[in-house]
Write a protein that binds this ligand. Structure first.
Ligand SMILES: [Zn+2]
Ligand SMILES: [Zn+2]
Length: 382
């Protein structure tokens, strides 16, 4: 084990400090600063800041040439009020580290500590602290940043903690592990009227009321079925909050999910057809837009082999678990640049679920995640 008990105490302090100061997607300015402060004394060969927004990358060069291994964690928290009595609970009203990204960032900081004492013999290690994972924009922004060329990896790895699985057990497999998803906004417009004379206007009420169940009915099957589709109505509004106005506008928000990217276009087309039909039946104009676009995560077999070997070497139990999971993860973008794979690290069978208000990253996972990744580094780079 490359971390001492003292290291682990310090790392837990660091994790809990990040936890106290959550920042949401795209606003991770102080979190990024705090990460850089922790990295600087560990003297990486280079620290790149402002990557794709508030992203940070620390590069540890080996003495001899060799492959580049990238490890990714996330910086962002969620716009959810934390419900906790812990001493290190969120100090920011309405925001909380309720997905464990504070823990994932701490695991990469533990790697930096290990690499500062024993750099890789060859190649290089890139520790990427990525912004804006939760809204699906961060990985794409990092890849689009011209400075990403300086850290382009030969392999990319990541992990996510996962409640519902025994603490410290790993789920890992090749192929799709996270679904593709995107948010669809359907705007419907008619004409407002006085509430006493609704017949002089055109309300989208009936169209919206019919669309919500018809969109939901696009759902079918479950992973690992390749034809799995899920349409979840997440939000809707109609008119103004006023008793004197018959509504003239409204919106339905629906999140569309498929196991693989290839099936998403067809699901979008079916949802758009339902929306167009509802609009035309009621004489409304329609505006459709897409948001929070996640590609599916596809674990490359050669990257999975490296992870599986490291887990075996560290005696960390692993199997395929319940993969693929329905959730989405913007790490899926990394497969465009390198063979990539992520594993899921159990947070405990009875642990509150991700994004629950009482969720908290289990500190016991810091050492386990760090050991697994460090073993990948030593196996491949020495
Ligand atoms: Zn999350
Ligand atoms: Zn997450």
């Amino acid at each position: 084990m490359f971390l001492s008990n003292r290291d682990i105490v310090d790392l837990i302090d660091f994790r809990q400090e990040l936890h106290r100061h959550p920042e949401v997607s795209g606003q991770e300015e102080h979190t990024a600063k705090r990460v850089v402060e922790a990295l600087r004394p560990l003297a990486p060969s280079r620290i790149i800041t402002g990557l794709g927004g508030h992203g940070v990358a620390a590069v540890f060069e080996g003495a001899a040439p060799g492959p580049t291994l990238l490890f990714r964690a996330e910086l962002d928290a969620l716009p959810i009020e934390e419900k906790s009595t812990s001493a290190y609970r969120s100090t920011v009203p309405g925001k909380g580290h309720l997905c464990g990204h504070d823990g994932h960032s701490t695991i990469l900081t533990a790697l930096a500590l290990g690499l500062s004492r024993q750099p890789p013999k060859r190649g290089r290690v890139v520790l990427l602290f990525q912004p804006a994972e939760e809204d699906g924009s961060g990985a794409a922004a990092v890849l689009d940043d011209p400075r990403f060329a300086e850290i382009k990896p030969d392999f990319a790895f990541s992990l996510h903690n996962l409640p519902g699985m025994p603490l410290g057990h790993v789920a890992l497999k090749s192929g799709p592990v996270n679904c593709a998803s995107r948010g669809m906004k359907i705007g419907l417009s008619g004409k407002t009227a006085h509430a006493s004379q609704p017949e002089t206007g055109l309300s989208p009420m009936a169209a919206i009321a019919s669309l919500m169940p018809s969109l939901t009915a696009l759902s079918a099957g479950a992973p690992p079925d390749e034809n799995f589709t899920l349409a979840t109505v997440t939000h809707a509004w109609l008119g103004e909050q006023a008793f004197g106005i018959a509504p003239g506008d409204g919106e339905v928000w629906v999140t569309l999910r498929t196991l693989v990217d290839d099936r998403m276009a067809e699901l979008c087309a079916r949802a758009e057809a339902l929306a167009a039909d509802a609009a035309s039946r009621h004489g409304l104009t329609i505006a459709i837009s897409y948001h929070d676009i996640f590609l599916h995560c596809d674990n490359a077999p050669e990257a999975v082999l490296h992870l599986a070997r490291a887990l075996d070497d560290e005696s960390i139990p692993h199997d395929e678990g319940d993969l693929p999971m329905r959730g989405s993860e913007d790490f899926g973008r990394l497969r465009a640049v390198a063979p990539s794979a992520m594993f899921f690290l159990g947070s405990g069978e009875k642990h509150p679920a991700l994004h629950n208000p009482d969720y908290d990253f289990p500190d016991a996972l810091i050492a386990i995640g760090a050991r697994a990744f460090m073993r990948v580094i030593r196996n491949l780079l020495g």
